[in-house]
Design a protein around this ligand. Structure first.
Ligand SMILES: *[C@@H]1O[C@H](CO)[C@@H](O)[C@H](O)[C@H]1NC(C)=O
Ligand SMILES: *[C@@H]1O[C@H](CO)[C@@H](O)[C@H](O)[C@H]1NC(C)=O
Ligand SMILES: *[C@@H]1O[C@H](CO)[C@@H](O)[C@H](O)[C@H]1NC(C)=O
Length: 292
């Protein structure tokens, strides 16, 4: 009797265990033991259906118990890896995804929770942590994106527009103007008493002595004063020459008058009393003027 009771008991126990069915734990829980599931711990994840592990930097525990969720670009996980936090404008997720770092020079980020982007051509970002890019100023250009500076057009050139990306926007300074600065926006008119005689000048040239010019000239003229002085000098010199020549001619004529009276009949004896004053003569009576 006892034997049969034990047998029946063992039979029931056998039947109970033989018919035990295993059920998969629902998502977000793990098997605690053979009989029950427990919720997995928040902010951790399970690599197997038993252990809870911490998520790494830049990730948090999500709905998938076996994989951490990666934080979006522009965000980072807090130290407990429970939450993705936003980086502010001018910043982005740092390389280790443990926090944020400033945008590098040449890059910008106008909004939180975004990554930094390259500045466009024609613009630049000179400082780290920029929330916007600056337009290249007049007199410069930037032909590449992601730069922290603009190329200056250079002296002798100018560029009247900002935001330029094309090197050809730098124009050669025209004749009668000069472009003195590395970043000249507008050519400057050649000043008074200077001349700008070619394209691409960086400095106006000074007029030589005695010459002058108005504003915006390519050459200098002799000054009125110089012309007046020169003219008067010439007049004086010519006057002196004329005077000297006249005196000489007069002198010569007078000498000739003395030597040669105006009109004399041929073979007539002269009265040399006048001439004797000038030319002393030993035998005045022998000299006979024989006409022309
Ligand atoms: C990290 O978790 C601990 C314990 O849950 C909490 O006290 C602490 O405030 C959390 N820190 C952050 C930064 O969330
Ligand atoms: C980032 O990680 C590298 C290598 O793991 C480490 O050398 C560096 O110090 C870390 N930087 C920061 C800011 O945590
Ligand atoms: C941009 O301009 C600079 C300076 O003029 C020049 O050296 C460089 O080659 C240009 N780059 C491109 C991509 O055009």
């Amino acid at each position: 009797m006892l034997n049969s009771f034990v047998f029946v008991l063992l039979f029931f126990i056998f039947v109970k265990f033989a018919t035990l069915t295993c059920v998969r734990c629902p998502t977000g829980s793990v098997a605690h033991d053979e009989y029950q599931c427990v919720l997995i711990c928040e902010a951790w994840y399970c690599d197997r259906l038993v252990d809870c592990l911490a998520c790494g930097p830049g990730t948090i525990a999500g709905t998938d118990p076996q994989n951490c969720k990666t934080c979006d670009p522009g965000t980072y996980s807090n130290s407990n890896n429970t939450e993705c936090l936003a980086c502010s404008a001018g910043q982005e997720t740092n390389i280790n995804k443990t926090g944020c770092s400033d945008c590098e020079i040449g890059y910008y980020n106008p909004q939180p929770s975004q990554m930094c982007e390259k500045c466009n051509i024609g613009t630049y970002a000179p400082n780290p942590g920029s929330t916007n890019c600056l337009k290249c100023p007049m007199g410069s250009f930037q032909n590449m994106s992601g730069e922290s500076f603009c190329y200056p057009c250079g002296v002798g050139k100018y560029n009247p527009s900002s935001n330029s990306w094309n090197p050809n926007d730098c124009l050669i300074c025209p004749i009668k103007y000069y472009c003195p600065n590395d970043m000249t926006a507008q050519p400057i008119i050649c000043p008074k008493n200077h001349y700008c005689d070619s394209d691409g000048l960086s400095t106006p040239k000074k007029c030589p002595v005695f010459r002058v010019s108005n504003e915006g000239e390519s050459k200098c003229q002799f000054s009125i004063a110089f012309i007046a002085i020169t003219a008067s000098f010439c007049v004086i010199v010519i006057g002196i020459i004329i005077l000297v020549v006249r005196l000489k001619i007069q002198n010569k004529k007078e000498k000739q008058k003395l030597l040669r009276p105006e009109k004399l009949p041929e073979n007539e004896t002269l009265d040399f009393s006048e001439l004797r004053k000038v030319v002393p003569m030993t035998q005045p009576n022998q000299i006979v003027y024989s006409g022309l």
